[in-house]
Write a protein that binds this ligand. Structure first.
Ligand code: ZN
Ligand code: ZN
Length: 217
């Protein structure tokens, strides 16, 4: 899994209502009822006074292998779920940033799916995606800053060179996994907001450790 790709997969809107069995942004996840819904591990900074700390995560993306065959799923998994805390509760380089979590699982093993999803109590509107089905369209990598939603694209930086983070567990270079932004004027999955984020993932370590590049424009 050491090779990076020379293409990216654009996320394009598709008709239909997202369900736990579709690939979509936002929307419900195929999540085992017996598995706790993720809660943000970081305490809320005193950013907005009176906010309850440790809010629920919200779904960013659910992608099944049969819809996204380009995702290099580790053996035994065929479903990718990306969630984040829709708040600025982590400080990186003096910049507030959301916290992200990736989950890889075998969809068929979710026998009893969760039907009622905990709702984040105080999400920031600009970080909540519209709930819509998506499909992937493979295209050449854009060698410049690009706010359009895509998977497996290599370029995240708004200002210059791409940035590759390292896995905090195994120290290998992470893979660019999901790039989304509030400035994508073509698809507008998020309310117009001046940020660009790229989730980077480690395919080798158990638990799919990930890190987030987050920039305001
Ligand atoms: Zn948080
Ligand atoms: Zn790792």
């Amino acid at each position: 899994m050491g090779q990076y790709l020379d293409y990216q997969v654009r996320l394009m809107r598709q008709s239909g209502t997202p369900t736990i069995h579709t690939s979509h942004l936002g929307g419900p996840l195929l999540w085992p009822a017996a598995e706790p819904w993720p809660v943000c591990p970081d305490r809320q900074l005193p950013y907005y006074e009176g906010d309850p700390p440790n809010d629920y995560f919200i779904p960013l993306l659910q992608a099944f292998q049969h819809d996204f065959p380009d995702i290099p799923f580790p053996e035994g998994s065929d479903l990718l779920q990306v969630l984040w805390c829709p708040r600025y509760c982590r400080q990186r380089n003096g910049m507030p940033s959301p916290v992200v979590r990736c989950v890889l699982r075998a969809g068929a093993q979710v026998e009893f799916p969760l039907s009622e999803f905990p709702q984040a109590r105080m999400p920031i509107k600009g970080l909540v995606p519209e709930s819509c089905n998506v499909q992937g369209v493979r295209e050449a990598m854009t060698p410049f800053s690009d706010p359009r939603a895509r998977l497996l694209g290599g370029y995240a930086g708004m200002h210059g060179e791409p940035v590759f983070l390292r896995c905090s567990a195994c120290r290998t270079r992470l893979w660019p996994l999901l790039t989304v932004s509030g400035v994508d004027e073509e698809e507008q999955f998020f309310p117009l907001a001046p940020w660009l984020a790229q989730v980077q993932i480690c395919w080798r370590c158990p638990g799919a450790p990930s890190r987030l590049l987050y920039e305001t424009t």
